[in-house]
Design a protein around this ligand. Structure first.
Ligand code: PZK
Length: 288
């Protein structure tokens, strides 16, 4: 629970944000899970702690690439105190593989986000190099892909160039780390802000399974959609019901909950090299 004095200032689908004071916010990751864009009525125990621990791990390791908003990880393992920034009005997607809307754009036009791509690519193929794919922040519904020219109109060309360089460098660092541990980081969504001195700062969450596509490397097979490292049991179960993907979503049975929790914990342990039980005892282990 946040402090009694903390004012709730916003909600994501599975997270909450509170104001601590003029300079600091509190981000709280719940155990809620969404699939096909619908939040399900059943929680995955510790999911919020897994995501918070992973973000902390990446923030600690990427500070030399770009400074970030993290000030403190709270003992509950699901809350972080962060610097309050002036957020940029774009989402910064970096794609290393052809999936999701990148694949759809490629099929329709041979391009994605203004980058021309080789002919004959298959779904889930690795891209020749990571692509920066900005999108607008939709208040509801899906973010809309925009060109770099449109993104430059929103934030300015000079700042956009800094953001693109930082985003691609961060993706390269995290995807190489993950690949060495059997996880393909197919793409990721990053958010940036500016601090009081106008410095570019990485915000939000970083390289979690909610902000990125995690694929198990041992099942990678281009030419089809890839299984999700974390949510595949949930998707398979929902598909088996023939649910129409219109809210409300179905409750999850205990075996699907347990299998999904185990996948989140496995992603955490593989990427951080730390036992999740240790994190529960002492969340700051991931910052070392
Ligand atoms: C901020 N969000 C989205 C994130 C939610 C909603 N460091 C920051 N400074 C100012 N604003 C934000 C941040 C961050 N991060 C981010 N909205 C405002 C968001 C997490 C949970 F409910």
């Amino acid at each position: 629970m946040p402090d009694a004095t903390a004012v709730h200032v916003g909600s994501g689908k599975v997270r909450e944000i509170f104001e601590l004071d003029a300079e600091r916010l509190l981000l709280v990751a719940s155990d809620r899970i969404s699939t096909f864009d619908v939040v399900l009525p059943t929680e995955i125990p510790d999911k919020g702690r897994v995501l918070t621990g992973l973000s902390g791990f990446w923030f600690a390791r990427t500070r030399s690439i770009v400074p970030n908003h993290l000030l403190a990880l709270r003992p509950d393992g699901r809350s972080t105190e962060v610097r309050r920034l002036k957020m940029l009005p774009i989402e910064c997607v970096v794609r290393g593989y052809l999936a999701g809307s990148g694949w759809k754009d490629y099929l329709a036009s041979g391009m994605t986000s203004g980058h021309g791509l080789p002919a004959g690519m298959r779904e889930s193929d690795r891209l020749p190099e990571p692509i920066f794919a900005p999108s607008t922040k939709a208040t509801e519904g899906h973010d809309e892909n925009i060109t770099r020219a449109q993104a430059a109109d929103l934030v300015g060309a000079a700042l956009l160039a800094r953001v693109e360089r930082a985003a691609v460098e961060l993706y390269l660092f995290a995807s190489e780390h993950a690949a060495a541990r059997g996880i393909i980081l197919a793409d990721t969504k990053l958010e940036f802000g500016l601090d009081e001195r106008g410095e570019l700062v990485l915000a939000d969450e970083a390289f979690t399974p909610d902000s990125s596509r995690f694929w198990p490397a041992d099942e990678y097979e281009p030419g089809r959609a890839q299984p999700s490292f974390d949510k595949q049991y949930v998707r398979d179960y929902c598909e088996s019901l023939g649910w129409d993907k219109v809210p409300p979503g179905p409750p999850l049975p205990d075996d699907v909950v347990a299998g999904t929790r185990a996948r989140y914990v496995e992603a955490f342990e593989r990427l951080t090299g730390t036992a999740f039980d240790l994190y529960l005892e002492s969340p700051s282990v991931v910052l070392a």
